[in-house]
Design a protein around this ligand. Structure first.
Ligand SMILES: [Zn+2]
Length: 563
């Protein structure tokens, strides 16, 4: 880094805004939310989502409660174009959900984009062009007038093509890309020109989306820019003022919140802040920030783990363990004094009263989580760390969420037995908790068979001394076993699955496979782990499933329960 960064970088100039109003405002209602997970996020993945992943994400976004979803950049790829067609032709779009698509302001791309939307009930066409001085001078070599003309011509073409597809209710969205780095009066000029060209009215509003394409200043500067536009826009009553923030300076959430105070109506973002570079603003954090101020956000994260696992599956990117509201460690306390304060807080918390528990800004139950007090397994405890001991002495490398879960088990043991716990005791506890579970279901053996394209399984289990043969089919051995277990009334979903080969050391014996299965059941809301060890990896995974089922304490169907 430079000794004198002022020779290379310059501060962003303040906005000249007399008597700014936003610092005195509070947010009292949620904005219109728009998910751009299938576009902005999808643009920057190591491996872009395929059709199956896109559909899974789309369904979940609908379930969460999004009413506007940007589903694709149809002119950019066949996958995106076909996905829009599949949504429309397959009837996958709920009546109250409007899909949105993005296009550059170029004629052939606009034509292809409009073609992708044939037959849609409602659609938002989102067109953009970059407007800042750097883009005008360096990238395109265009004058201001040419840049305005590019936007206006695009809008007129969309208007004409929309008129040719009258079965669709059309909404126009325009983004002056690089808004934060552009001259405000020029942003105003181009936005007003677009509003006029579209013929926006209070009954046919245009969405003007003002992005921090790249964050270039502190959040108060963005709020000033938004308030300035909010005050100066022509036909403000015919405009939905929208925000699209990125996180280059780490302040996307703050920028969005201040800009909402400054007069914006709508927010675009991604779940858990996925998106290009440092990501788009995290809509989950924004929504939960509203919720913890007592404002219903209109989005439902009652089962935040399910949302997180689906997002990780679709994006193939992990969520940071310290991510607000969702990270594996955010409802976990390692420190004794914090644990003590939280325990007292829970004890004093009356049902129905305002939330008042130290260190927990939200009741973990509200997002389907539980509070975990965890014995010190961090580096400070050195060799005493549970995960460390199991890994070095027994070759078991636990997934992080299992570490948190098992720490609770060890903590309980420590509380009731006192004193220091040895590695051997931890292993015994681990084996008793996960490996040797036989109640109510004892695994005996299984056989796999093929049935057409499906994988079949004959699973032999013992329940209260009686053996049962369960048969199931699925797209793989685990899926087949999950279906087989339905025969005894057990309904579970596999949330995550990992397998590892084990070191040859210790009790675990010869090099063996270890399978970790995180399961969820509709019966009890909490997720829990099962673990299986075996020489054979498939057998290890079936054992892990049975272990998880026993751990979850699920009830069997009538007639199988213990006398
Ligand atoms: Zn973006």
């Amino acid at each position: 880094m430079l000794q004198h960064p002022e020779t290379k970088y310059r501060p962003f100039p303040p906005i000249d805004l007399a008597e700014r109003q936003w610092p005195n405002r509070t947010i009292t209602r949620p904005p219109i939310w728009m998910s751009t997970d299938l576009r902005d996020g999808n643009q920057s993945l190591f491996e872009p989502m395929n059709g199956e992943r896109k559909m899974r994400m789309f369904r979940m976004l609908c379930e969460i409660g999004f009413k506007e979803i940007e589903v694709a950049f149809p002119s950019a790829s066949a996958t995106d174009f076909n996905f829009v067609r599949e949504l429309i032709e397959g009837g996958h779009i709920p009546e109250d959900v409007t899909i949105e698509v993005l296009t550059q302001a170029r004629e052939h791309l606009i034509r292809r984009t409009m073609e992708s939307l044939k037959g849609a009930r409602h659609a938002i066409v989102h067109v953009y062009n970059p407007i800042s001085k750097t883009f005008r001078d360096v990238v395109f070599g265009m004058s201001k007038a040419e840049v305005v003309d590019m936007a206006v011509s695009a809008v007129k073409l969309i208007k004409q093509l929309a008129a040719e597809q009258p079965e669709t209710q059309w909404v126009l969205e325009y983004s002056p890309e690089t808004f934060t780095a552009a001259e405000l009066d020029f942003s105003l000029e181009i936005c007003d020109a677009v509003t006029a060209a579209w013929g926006a009215t209070p009954h046919n509003k245009v969405i003007l989306n003002l992005p921090t394409t790249v964050e270039v200043a502190t959040p108060n500067v963005y709020a000033d820019q938004i308030e300035w536009m909010h005050r100066h826009l022509a036909r403000r009553d015919s405009v939905i003022l929208s925000l699209h923030t990125h996180n280059d300076r780490g302040t996307a959430v703050a920028s969005t919140e201040l800009a909402l105070m400054a007069g914006a109506d709508r927010v675009e973002g991604c779940l858990f802040g996925n998106g290009e570079r440092t990501g788009n603003v995290d809509i989950v954090t924004l929504a939960m920030n509203l919720y913890t101020q007592g404002i219903a956000p209109g989005l439902d994260f009652s089962d935040i783990n399910a949302v997180a696992r689906t997002v990780e599956y679709c994006n193939q990117l992990p969520i940071h363990p310290r991510h607000p509201y969702v990270g594996d460690l955010v409802f976990t306390a390692f420190s004794g004094s914090h644990q003590d304060a939280i325990r007292k807080g829970f004890a004093a918390q009356q049902p129905g009263a305002l939330w008042n528990v130290p260190y927990l800004p939200v009741d973990p139950k509200d997002v389907g989580r539980s509070y975990d007090s965890v014995i010190r397994v961090n580096s400070q405890s050195g060799k005493g760390g549970i995960a460390y001991l199991l890994e070095t002495e027994y070759g078991v490398v636990m997934p992080r969420r299992l570490q948190v879960e098992f720490s609770g088990v060890v903590q309980q043991h420590a509380d009731s037995h006192g004193g220091e716990i040895s590695a051997a005791e931890i292993w015994q506890l681990f084996a008793a908790t996960y490996l040797d579970t036989v109640e109510p279901v004892r695994y005996r053996e299984h056989h796999l068979f093929e049935h057409g394209a499906a994988q079949g399984i004959r699973l032999n289990v013992e329940i209260h001394g009686t053996s049962h043969l369960l048969v199931g089919e699925g797209n793989g051995p685990i899926d087949a076993a999950v279906h087989a277990l339905q025969g005894i009334g057990i309904k579970v979903q596999v949330r995550s699955y990992e397998e590892r080969s084990m070191g040859a050391s210790g009790e675990a014996g010869d090099a063996r496979a270890c399978a970790f299965m995180e399961i969820a059941s509709p019966e009890n809301n909490a997720d829990c782990y099962g673990v299986g060890l075996d020489a054979n990896i498939v057998t290890a995974s079936i054992r892990a499933l049975v272990s998880g089922v026993n751990r979850a304490g699920l009830s069997l169907r009538d007639g199988l329960r213990a006398a």
